[in-house]
Every structure is written in C-alpha cells, then in structure tokens.
Design a protein around this ligand. Structure first.
Ligand SMILES: CC(C)(COP(=O)(O)OP(=O)(O)OC[C@H]1O[C@@H](n2cnc3c(N)ncnc32)[C@H](O)[C@@H]1OP(=O)(O)O)[C@@H](O)C(=O)NCCC(=O)NCCS
Length: 229
C-alpha cells in the first residue's frame, strides 16, 4: 500500500522550533575527554542498537529506564512525540551515555531519562546537567519537571540539586514532579555543570563520524560491575 502522506501529516504532532545544543567537551575524573552532543533524528536507529540490550537488566532499574528510552526515541524517529531532544556522550566515538527530554511548552521542560553504561565517572551526572543546561540556557525555558525512577537517580537529581517537590503529575507514570527552576539552575550551575566549548574540530569530527556501540557482554560487565548478569 502506498504511504499515505495526507493521513501521516495528521498523525504527526506539530512542533515548536528548537535551537540546537552546542556540543561541549567534558574532562572526566580519569582525564578522558567526553564529547556531549545532540543527535539528529537520523542517528536514532544507531542509538537504539545500544539501548535495546540494556532493557533486560533489572540491576539499578536499567530495564525500565532503557525500555522507556527505547520507546521515546523510537517515537521521536517515527514522529509520534512532540519536541523531544537527545544528547549523547561519546569517548573516542564510543557511546557511553545519553539523556532525552522534551519541551512540554515554551516555558516548561519535561525531563525524560538519563542513562550511562560506564559507571563510576559521574557521566550520568554530567549528562543530566547538560540536559538542564539545554532546557534553561539554549531553549530558554523557565523550569524543568523531573522524576526519579531509581534510588541513584533520586540521589543525583533531587538531593544534589535540592529540587523543589510539587504536586504536578509527571508524564513518566504520573508520579509527582520535582522542579528545577531557572533560579535553582543558576544557583547550582557552578557546582554541577561542566564542559568546554568549542570542541576541538578533530575530536568533534571523530564523534560525528560514527557512534560506536559497545558489545553486549562488555555493557553487562560495565553495568553490573561483574562478569555476566
Ligand atoms: C543514574 C545514573 C545515570 C547515574 O550515573 P552517574 O552519575 O554516572 O553515576 P554512576 O552510575 O557511575 O554511580 C552511581 C553510584 O553507583 C556506584 N557505582 C559505581 N560503579 C558502579 C558499578 N560498576 N556498579 C554498580 N554501582 C556502581 C557509584 O559508586 C555511585 O555511588 P555514589 O552515588 O555514592 O557516587 C546511572 O547510574 C544509570 O544510568 N542508572 C540506570 C538508569 C537510571 O537509574 N537512570 C536515572 C533514572 S532517574
């Protein structure tokens, strides 16, 4: 059957314009350089290859977080979610973490997920900070609504940022949202948001050239900190 673009145009939700996130270079505690950059819709299938195997690990709530990320990125790729963006973290081209999020409207951001497969370097923390940076500084939003699905997430976001509890249901399951206001972002920025711009051209070119996906066995070892599950 031919693709019905007329019907498809009705199914695709209208989107607000979004400025791009400028890539940055984060120097990790071990001295390695990590590129944080926004992906395009066309890069989603490659990222899905990395997320798919993680959906089976119960440890530290990787299963629910990865399953939801998978569905949300696929929805973006297939034009079934409004105003989503995804930032990825790469070391020598290798994908080590990601965040995704979306604009609920011009003023409010709806934070979706943060995921890292390389543990112990605060990569997730740096990626969450980059997501907040994009919402507040580049998309020019007033606030971001956030929930945690794991105890590590709760420590990293609610406690480290001192997020404000609200009774606004979050779209991830309806739990009450916590709020990062623009004021709280700037009050915590010096402590939590790091990275340098511009990214040196050779390092950026390597990141853009290929998203290298780690094999499943290595990911299992990194996530679980042990060999196998
Ligand atoms: C939440 C998350 C993004 C935080 O990433 P991060 O800031 O890089 O932090 P890490 O995961 O490396 O470390 C978190 C804790 O686990 C410990 N840890 C480190 N390496 C570990 C390993 N190999 N296995 C298990 N735990 C490890 C760390 O010591 C750290 O403890 P701390 O909180 O006292 O510092 C990441 O843990 C993750 O992807 N978790 C699964 C998905 C998830 O929960 N997402 C957030 C939903 S709200």
């Amino acid at each position: 059957m031919p693709f019905d673009m007329e019907l498809e145009s009705k199914l695709r939700p209208p989107e607000l314009p979004m400025v791009p996130y400028p890539p940055k270079l984060v120097t990790l505690a071990n001295g390695r350089h990590m590129v944080v950059r926004e992906i395009t819709r066309d890069e989603v299938p490659r990222v899905l290859e990395a997320v798919r195997p993680i959906t089976t690990y119960e440890r530290d709530y990787y299963d629910i977080v990865a399953s939801r990320v998978y569905a949300e990125l696929l929805a973006w790729y297939r034009w079934r979610i409004v105003n989503e963006f995804c930032l990825i973290a790469q070391i020598d081209g290798m994908l080590v973490g990601l965040v995704n999020s979306r604009m609920l409207n011009a003023k409010t951001g709806m934070s979706l997920h943060t995921l890292t497969t390389d543990r112990g370097l605060r990569i997730g923390s740096h990626m969450f900070a980059a997501k907040m940076e994009h919402h507040i500084e580049y998309l020019n939003q007033e606030e971001v609504l956030i929930v945690a699905e794991s105890p590590i997430g709760f420590r990293r976001w609610m406690i480290e940022y001192g997020l404000e509890p609200t009774d606004i249901p979050h779209e991830l399951g309806g739990a009450p949202s916590y709020r990062l206001s623009k004021e709280l972002y700037y009050a915590t920025k010096d402590r939590l948001v790091v990275g340098d711009r511009p990214v040196p051209p050779d390092i950026l070119a390597q990141a853009l050239d290929e998203i290298i996906v780690v094999d499943e066995k290595t990911v299992a070892e990194k996530i679980c900190g042990v060999k196998g599950r």
